[in-house]
Design a protein around this ligand. Sequence first.
Ligand code: NOJ
Length: 755
Amino acid sequence: MMLRRLLVIVLSVGFFVANAQNSHDPKMDAFIRELMSKMTLEEKLGQLNLPSVGFDVTGPIVSQGVEEKIKKGLVGGVFNTFTPNAVKKLQELAVNNSRLKIPLLFGYDVIHGHKTIFPINLGLAASWDMALVENVAKASAAEAAADGLNWVYSPMVDIARDPRWGRVSEGSGEDPYLGAEIAKAMVNGLQQGDLSKPTTVLATVKHFALYGAGEAGRDYNTVDMSRIRMFNEYFLPYKAAVDAGVGSVMTSFNEIEGVPASGNKWLLTDLLRKQWGYKGMIVSDYTSINEMMAHGMGDAKAVTELSLNAGMDMDMVGELFIGYGAELVKSGKVSIETIDAACRRILEAKYKLGLFKDPYLYVSEERAKAEIFSADKLALSKDAAVKSMVLLKNDQQILPLQTSQKVAFIGPLVNDQRNLIGSWSAAGDWKQAVSIQAALDAGNYKYTYAKGANLVEDPALLKRLNDHDGRIESDPLTSEKLIAQAVKVAKKADVVVAVLGEAFGMSGEAASRSDIGLPEHQQKLLKALKATGKPIVLVLMNGRPLTLSWEDQNMSAILETWFGGTKAGDAIVDVLYGKANPSGKLSMTFPRSVGQIPIYYNHKNTGRPMDENQKYTSKYLDIPNTPLYAFGHGLSYTQFTYGTPELSATSIQPNQKITLTVPVTNSGNYDGEEVVQLYIQDVVGSVTRPVQELKAFKKVKIAKGQTVQVSFDITVEDLKFYNADLTFDYEAGKFRAMVGTASDKVQTLTFDAVK
Ligand code: NOJ
């Protein structure tokens, strides 16, 4: 008895402490307490319900009778509804017809822009320009918030090291440090530190967690990972978003240590809430709670119980929380405190968004007119597209092109608009996209053109893509005829620009590929063009790293443009003709072949590092270990020459810094921007450490002929990692600092860390 009383006291003290931490806004707490005191259990569960109403669905259609449910207070938010008019209608149902008049959240996938589309996220990451990333997020938020939305499912920060996975296009690539910087910039851009502004939206970091580590690069697949790897290599970007104050977290489809994320108490409660101190709401992914049945976690009631008790707040589309929640509370399987906590977190989000003051804060026809496709957003779209491009190769300075040259533009993507905005451009209007051809015409460039190949030829793939709004038109001419026409055009030109790649639907969700080369019929075209002897500039559009070994050997230049967004055509033409100088750097390794996957720069050493002359070392018989294009690689039209780097001291003490300085000279013929990269290796550790890890970078503008001293401060914070006990600390000993233009082009210095 005594013991039980003591336990109650301890628990209530714990409760008050936890509550006190949440009470940053006493007014909000009082308001919500008062509101919740009036709510029935059904109404509380209603707040946890997130049906889809509207345009896009990415799974089975479950939501039905939503309007009636809204009136009954059985809906907390909806997603896939936007435009001021549509949002107003549903919001009115909630505010005028439901008993407690609680406004709805309106969520949507605003992934790389809302209406104005920016480059796909993998491309944006290649800019290594955090101010740009933040501006893009800010502009996306302003457009979305003017279109009725108050909640976006972005940023997607899953570390991805398997380019077969189509969703690598939505994230920032393979590196935890760069990924964390981008996560922070995006949350800051979307939320602007003030959710109540009519130009900001509630951000969602997703997919928590480890979604990018699915086996074999297959979407939704099983993940199995050690905790030490989770903490050192995969969690950083999620944590960075939490530290930046992200308002919501979306769980992933995959399992973690055998328990799917949407029912994983360790993940959602112990790690996210308790260890990381996250105070916001957690939402499932699309039917991911229901999908735990297929994972083998029990029937509908069992997975509902699992999810609620794990710490989930909102059920996206699944309708399980309103279906079984009340029964589970009544039978004592889920406590009312659990439901209250979830409901409170959703109401807090609404309060912070200012919805209780004005449910129509995000509904304004005037603002929609002013914000959507505004001139500044279109200019930003072009700037972002320029900065995301990566010049992979440029032999003999074939680029930039000269207007005096006879240029043949060849390929199915020269006059394409649909693909330019990429996948997950949910509300994007591809008809607004500027094709390369339109940009050439607008700029009065003289050029010739041939289609040369269909974008997709494999009939099964074509059908699949077109079933999902691919809009890929097939030319009635045979492949041979298209190639013959292109060869004829190429022969009369000085330079050929071949614009090839993937259809947008070949990357993104549910778009894994087992072969990540250019489609075979496109390669055939390139081979025929190569046989003309003309120099070829390959302009690529694609949503993932591709295998380009043949192209690298045979093309004069390769420009990676990803899917560049609404203004992609303008940006590409500016770069091709030297009005803009490319400065992007890869945020994800390009393998030589699929057989090397997973391949990433920050790998561990083996006990038998690769040695060509030794049989029993870690290597392939048929291919080098190195990638085709390394993480951080990207050329410029100018040349950057690195001088000798220096360290201000050779040992580092706690609470002190040492500074690494390197002179970088623009020794070429153009002004340009360079991303100077700093990597560190912990040479000896209590656990094995990666051969190099990005720890800092600076993007610097350097005018031609000029030298800039670039310096980085290094402190022991940069040396910390999670050890075998998952303690985050540094260890004394020897370190290497590597500075350079790419992960595989660095100069190395050594220093010691002292404890
Ligand atoms: C499923 C996707 O995994 C997620 O990223 C997206 O936000 C939701 N569908 C909602 O559309």
